[in-house]
Design a protein around this ligand. Sequence first.
Ligand SMILES: CC(C)(COP(=O)(O)OP(=O)(O)OC[C@H]1O[C@@H](n2cnc3c(N)ncnc32)[C@H](O)[C@@H]1OP(=O)(O)O)[C@@H](O)C(=O)NCCC(=O)NCCS
Length: 178
Amino acid sequence: MEAALRLTLPTAEHREEISAYRQEFLDSGDSMDGTGALRRLADPVEWLAATEQCRSGENVPSGWVQATQFLCVRETDGRVVGMIQVRHRFSPFLKEYGGHIGYSVRPSERRKGYAAWMLNAVKPFCRSIGLSAILVTCLAGNEASRRTILKNGGVYDTTVHEPVENEDIERYWISLEE
Ligand SMILES: CC(C)(COP(=O)(O)OP(=O)(O)OC[C@H]1O[C@@H](n2cnc3c(N)ncnc32)[C@H](O)[C@@H]1OP(=O)(O)O)[C@@H](O)C(=O)NCCC(=O)NCCS
């Protein structure tokens, strides 16, 4: 991978990039994984507030858990090329289907190794909140995500059926032991 990237917490300075990220996913029709409520919240200021609320763990919306949202920013041009979210603990849904981590890479920036980089780069943060292993899941058939997980040491656990969306989900564990 050529370009230098960094994970950063989202702030107001990223407003335009967040809107552009969202629009690109709306245009492509892709799933905005690892972005919290970005699909629902068109106003980046509202999204920043919701994100901060989830990070603090206070007044987290019902059914959600404390979660930290990161942006993946390319150093050369400041572009937000990806997003990754760490859920600090499990809800019943996350334990079975959603896992600890969600992520996505902007459609125009795919196949450059960015997803694999993000998943690796978020590991120290996961350790810092006390996780010794992370559950990462993907839809059966999402080859890009499956390979991203495998590149990061994912060990296959099970495939489960999620009845609401009627989807098969593969579950992988990544050890954080050093
Ligand atoms: C999944 C996703 C994050 C991958 O992002 P990316 O930056 O293109 O992935 P990378 O470039 O880091 O590639 C990681 C691995 O996947 C492979 N890969 C990437 N896109 C692929 C594709 N379309 N088909 C098959 N393999 C693919 C890469 O070759 C690489 O594997 P390799 O090193 O063994 O060759 C991106 O496709 C995405 O945002 N999809 C929509 C949201 C989503 O599915 N998120 C995951 C939810 S579990």
